[in-house]
Design a protein around this ligand. Structure first.
Ligand code: NAP
Ligand code: MG
Length: 402
């Protein structure tokens, strides 16, 4: 069978640890045999990020802006332990944070639903897509450790020299201070991305902040969403039969648990970070959550929602067998290939993505799955597959379907 051709390169961002191992197996077993892969490769593994003073991360984001579609492997965000482990020159920033800031996009996460992996929340019948604002707040903060008594103030100096001050706290004893910001333009594009994506999915949009406590910061988010909705989306939503619903974050959390799913939940950066992990786990498994960064600049970056699965990687290094779930990483590839196919008018490439996803779901539903899923499945006859065996089982099904 002839391999499927590509036109525009895909930006490929390699990563770390167990997901880096999986990345290579996916390419060898599920991509190269079927596709004449055109990709521009960037190694975002921590070792190479350190060698390049993290310049490679910014370069990969620039390439994404140029070509439009990227697929990213999970990467280590260094902490003190990693600085030691990898002998780092610096505690480099989160690559995802750097990329998101450059693309100014919105991250949408949707669980992959499979028969036999039932949500922990009995009422959930349809996926809940969560949208995470991907700019600012605590991810672009400034922090100070206070070690002696003193006065902390929030100071804004305008270009004309005028100064606005707000007392934060009079410190009598040690403590901590944090400064954060956001931009109306970023909140606006977040709002538009969410309204547009809700229309595309034809589902209700929920948005939640803590505007009762944060009367200026969070309230700005609420106001911007409301203005854009009134002006540009009220009629479109009515025509599609969907609704926009604003509520406090704590009320939203309670309602989400009681709901039957099937809506898009827009969250601020930190809420989205935390709530997407909660939703992923509650839908069955963190390893079954897909993630796509949609930028108003018209670019898409696909990845798995989980991390580099460090614990499994250390077992792998010891030569022990592993059973790491590759599904979300495979779906990152299929998502990126489908989008590339759509943008380039390559219907066979887009169709391949669908067949790859079906092969994955059929494999799990036939009872072949990794350990994280055998532990929670309701299927009776199951076989626990190793990391590589699972991908090979998917390949067998994929070959039959082509
Ligand atoms: P993690 O890699 O997501 O793994 C946490 C635990 O969840 C694993 O130990 C494993 O549980 C389970 N798990 C996650 N993905 C799995 C999969 N595909 N198959 C099977 N089990 C899976 O989170 P972490 O251990 O907190 O973080 C490890 C590294 O990843 C950190 O350096 C962090 O910075 C990075 N990270 C990167 C991203 C990203 O690039 N998008 C996101 C999050 C974290 P068991 O051990 O119980 O089997
Ligand atoms: Mg998280």
């Amino acid at each position: 069978m002839a391999k499927i051709a590509m036109k525009t390169p895909l930006v490929e961002m390699d990563g770390d640890e167990m997901t880096r191992v999986i990345w290579q197996i996916i390419k060898d077993e599920l991509i190269h045999p079927f596709i004449e892969l055109k990709s521009e490769y960037y190694d975002l593994g921590l070792k190479y990020r350190n060698e390049t003073d993290d310049k490679v991360t910014a370069e990969s984001a620039k390439a994404t802006l140029k070509y439009g579609v990227a697929v990213k492997c999970a990467t280590i965000t260094p902490n003190a332990a990693r600085v030691k482990e990898y002998n780092l020159k610096e505690m480099w920033k989160s690559p995802n944070g750097t990329i998101r800031a450059m693309l100014d996009g919105t991250v949408f996460r949707t669980p992959i639903l499979v028969k036999g992996i039932e949500p922990y929340v009995r009422t959930w019948k349809s996926p809940i897509t969560i949208a995470r604002h991907a700019y600012g707040d605590v991810y672009k903060n400034a922090e100070i450790k206070v070690n002696c008594p003193g006065k902390a103030e929030l100071v804004f100096t305008a270009e004309d020299g005028s100064v606005t001050k707000e007392l934060i706290h009079e410190f009598k004893s040690p403590g901590v201070i944090q400064g954060m910001h956001n931009l109306n333009s970023s909140i606006e594009s977040f709002a538009r991305a969410c309204f547009e994506y809700a229309l595309e999915l034809k589902v209700d949009l929920w948005f939640s902040t803590k505007d009762t406590i944060s009367k200026k910061y969070d309230h700005t988010f609420k106001d911007i969403f409301a203005e854009i909705y009134e002006k540009d989306y009220k009629v479109k939503f009515k025509n599609k039969g969907i609704t926009y619903f604003y509520t406090l974050i704590d009320d939203a959390v309670a309602r989400v648990i009681r709901s039957d799913g099937g809506f898009l939940w827009a969250c601020k950066n930190y809420d989205g970070d935390v709530m997407s992990d909660m939703l992923a786990t509650a839908f069955g498994s963190l390893s079954m959550m897909t993630s796509v960064l949609v930028s108003p600049k018209g670019v898409w970056e696909y990845e798995a929602a989980h991390g580099t699965v460090q614990r499994h990687y250390y077992k792998y290094l010891e030569g022990e067998p592993t059973s790491t779930n590759s599904i979300a990483t495979i779906f990152a590839w299929s998502g990126a290939l489908r989008k590339r196919g759509e943008l380039d008018g390559l219907s066979d490439l887009a169709a391949f993505a669908g067949k790859l996803e079906k092969a994955v779901i059929d494999t799990v539903e036939s009872g072949i799955m990794t350990k994280d899923l055998t532990e929670i499945t309701t299927l009776k006859e199951v076989k626990t597959a190793g990391t590589e065996d699972f991908i090979k089982a998917v390949r067998e099904r994929l070959e039959k379907s082509l």
